[in-house]
Design a protein around this ligand. Sequence first.
Ligand code: GLN
Length: 524
Amino acid sequence: MLRTSLREISAALKEGQVSPTELCQKCLSLIKATRFLNAYITVAEDMALKQAKASEKRYRQGQTLGDLDGIPVAVKDNFSTAGIETTCASNMLKGYIPPFNATVVQKLLDQGAVLLGKTNLDEFAMGSGSTDGAFGPVRNPWSYSQQYRSKRAKNSSAQSGDPDWLITGGSSGGSAAAVSSFTCFAALGSDTGGSTRNPASLCGVVGLKPTYGLVSRYGLIPLVNSMDVPGILTRSVDDAATVLGVLGGHDPKDSTTVEDAFSPFQLPSLIDLKNLCIGIPKEYNTPGLSPETLAVWSKAADLFEKAGARVMDVSLPHTSYSIVCYHVLCAAEVASNMARFDGLEYGHRSNVDESTEALYAATRREGFNDVVRGRILSGNYFLLKQNYERYFIKAQRVRRLIANDFAKVFSSGVNVLLTPTTLSHAMPYAEFIKEDNRTRSTQDDIFTQAANMAGLPAVNVPSALSEEGLPIGLQFIGHAYQERQLLTVAKWFEKQVQFPAIELDGVMEHLHTTPHQEKSVFLT
Ligand code: GLN
């Protein structure tokens, strides 16, 4: 039952095949059984059960709230949740309980969704591995899948027990792991440079980054205000469209959301590709792209062509500037955003009390990890009076050129771009930490960051299993505010590839054969 889609589980709830409380309990026990994945920082057990009970009453009285009534969901721990600790996986916010809900969280609750808890991430969403949070790294459920383990047994002399577990990608790795291991039906992520799509690709789930301005950022603790977007992680494209229908629309509390009316939509089941033009950006065939991912990408282009779509090579000439441009802009916004964490109003406060400056410095040294502190330092450097023109303003200009590349391609008749999402499939944690994580992040985001700088919608669709039995994802990038078209194309493709469901018996086996180190990740 936990493996079904949103639509199916909603039907099962309506028909009384399962009650919201039973469903919630099933999810909570699976969360406990898979706690070694470290997907959740906080499990809001009591609150979730209360919400499930309330939903049950609504079903009994025939007064359900909406499509998500009684459906268990999870939320990345950088969205404010009233009464539930919100840490951003940072010691800086450990123990912080917001007095309000982010707009997107409130919208989920208003539809009757049951909020199971808060998912793990890289500290303040800075990273591409979900390896860099204060509460430990997230493990990719595929590490324990039959698909991967059977291949490993054949290809190496690997011992049984704990395999070299794989990273989830990031920074919304907890949400991706939660959805792919069936502990919830949908999860919120955030996407500033790829943080929803990257872990979706590595964990074999759908990850949608909506157009900037379509979904409210109110209550999403900011990383880069001009690029942050709440993301949606689900097991199917239809499910992502359903959740977008709940979340989209103007919010008076976020002046960057557009005022145009947003209408939720359902995707058609019969899809005709006849008048569709798919663009393949040639610059995305970049060094570092794995041969396997390249092959999956070209096969996908062939599929579209055979089905009658026009597939054409296009150029996004400023792609190679995207990483460095993102980094200047990201660091600059981080430097100003993080200034609020000074130990005075909320969050961590150091014991140092010689002077206000000393208190600030000690609080920030104790509260932030190296990645966050490094970005604050470089951001302040870029913003110095003598550097502002040379770095910040220049990067803003390059950002415009990157956005113009997309505009040009789209005005030439291209409806949707097809690209890889990540350079390769998930890699073992042990290998990932050998290299500097910051260096890795910069390479891994090459396909995703440009869409954030241009504000465009983009979605990861699980596309194939690698030779090792691991998910490979492809990305579709669409016109601004054309999520319907984007997701329709993604749905057609999803149907063609028939990506296999994760076979998770291995997780249970792992649980029973490997002594599990208790961690204090269950805070409520
Ligand atoms: N990896 C990118 C970074 O570290 C993107 C992060 C994100 O999208 N939140 O900035």
